[in-house]
Design a protein around this ligand. Structure first.
Ligand SMILES: [Zn+2]
Length: 241
């Protein structure tokens, strides 16, 4: 396959993806990575979609030797299975097609570019944009977003403490209303209260604009090495100029 055919096939896939698959939650792999190389996912998808809609059964060995032209060190191409089962492309293996032809396991066939993989259910968005705390806890699997301990169970690090989830702030400068609530256990909610701004996955993303926030950063800097202190000093001097 020439690069030209490869890119034309990718464009065709992109067209079908926009029309049918995007809304089903199937994601289109990028054609090229940041270094301008074709991605392995795109190569495998293009190979499976060759001569679409007259696609063929393609063995893993064929896929591997195709990808090897671009990635000589590749030994075992797993992309076809991932693209199907996990990413939702209608790529089957070890099954009988509509026309009765058998796709052996370890070989793959792209059935079409209009339907998603039969068992594919896209990951649901976390429904954190509510003030129904039961709903929020359910979305997070009844776990503290910071330490992962489960409600009603003993805390990982505090023996004897039974976890009770509380409404934590994503941003402590804002009210505890829909869109600003994350579930935290009583330990994590207390320790970090008012210091940080979190994203919905519980990761710290900013210092809160509170006295606790300012104090914790000062405390960190006080403990830092002189090298770090100088770097921060020069950074701030530049920033505030
Ligand atoms: Zn916790």
């Amino acid at each position: 396959m020439t690069d030209e055919t490869l890119e034309e096939t990718y464009k065709l896939i992109e067209k079908y993806h926009n029309k049918y698959l995007k809304e089903k939650g199937v994601r289109l792999p990028k054609l090229k990575d940041n270094n301008g190389r074709y991605t392995k996912d795109a190569l495998v998808l293009v190979k499976l979609a060759e001569n679409y809609p007259n696609t063929k059964i393609i063995s893993k060995q064929e896929l591997t030797s195709f990808v090897r032209k671009y990635y000589p060190d590749v030994s075992d191409v797993q992309q076809a299975r991932h693209l199907g089962m996990q990413r939702g492309w209608n790529i089957v293996s070890g099954t009988r097609g509509d026309n009765g032809e058998k796709v052996p396991s370890g070989s793959y066939k792209l059935i079409d570019l209009e339907n998603s993989y039969p068992a594919f259910a896209p990951k649901r968005r976390v429904g954190f944009d509510t003030d129904d705390f039961e709903q929020i806890k359910k979305e997070y699997g009844y776990k503290c977003v910071s330490c992962g301990t489960k409600e009603g169970e003993e805390h990982f690090f505090r023996k004897g403490v039974i976890v009770k989830l509380q409404k934590g702030h994503m941003n402590p400068s804002k009210p505890l209303v829909a869109g600003n609530i994350i579930p935290q256990c009583q330990i994590c909610n207390r320790a970090d209260r008012n210091r940080w701004i979190y994203d919905k996955t519980g990761r710290v993303i900013e210092v809160a604009e509170t006295s606790d926030g300012v104090r914790i950063v000062k405390a960190f800097l006080q403990k830092a090495s002189n090298k770090v202190k100088w770097e921060i000093f020069l950074f701030l001097k530049n920033l505030l100029r």
